[in-house]
Design a binder for this molecule. Sequence first.
Ligand code: FES
Length: 313
Amino acid sequence: MELIVTSLRLEAEGVLGVELRHRSGDVLPPFEPGAHVDVSFPNGLMRQYSIASPASDTTRYWLGIGLAPASRGGSRFAHHELRLGDTLPVSTPRSLFGLHEPATGHLFVAGGIGITPILSMIRRCVERDLPWRLLYCVRSRRHAAYLEQLAPFADRVTLHADDEHGGHPDLHTALRQMPADWHVYTCGPGVMMDAVCDHASALGIGTHAVHLERFTAGAQTPAETGAFQVRLLRHGGQFSVPAGTSILEVLEDNGVCLPSSCREGLCRSCEVPLVAGTADHRDYVLSDEEREANKSILICVSRAKCAELVLDV
Ligand code: FES
């Protein structure tokens, strides 16, 4: 889709709100709360941004774009060069971080710009009268976007500003106080999400009840593995994937171009069915059950635990 920038607003220090609409005023494709879109910038970069606006409003997408300290050009372009009236190619929304509505309630743990998809999920809870609470963690109130919109829900929102509280939020207590059969949703810095997962595990909260969305890949580099073969069932051909090169790159070098976006194991757009072989899953989005099932692989980052993988490509 070619969408037009109809509003730009500084939501907080380092957080730009970008409203996108069809030039013609047409209705936009629907999305689930927590969904994101791929945005392509004129400098050739493509980035994923979560939609903050309510899913019930299909006239526009409000994106929240945090200025990344080490921006490789995406958020820096948006913050410094994007102008009202600009047109941007935008994908249809994809949902990897949805609300599990059958849960008896929903605890949201947002860190910084991670509030963006969670705001849309909160709006769904409000519209459907679902129980929820939010722990919103920021460096300072200056960095806290959407406080005005959260103000009517002061009894359900806990704002943790590091500079006021002198340290990190007490995630363990927040999770321990979560009623039984609630689900927890977290989005923000990787260390915070890892801590939520660790505390949830220590408290016996099942992984089915813990939902997370990462914006960036972890800093840790997994142990390198050696070369392996990849065979394409329908396209035909067998290719060697050397250490340090992804399956996606090898296929592209051989003229087999498949969909991809983040190329960091975050967005799932490069997922392909796996017919044979055991994947060494290195993405951040497959569930434990999906890894165990070994039915698909994200070829931008994942590798093989065996000599050959056969892909249904
Ligand atoms: S391209 Fe995003 S997960 Fe592979």
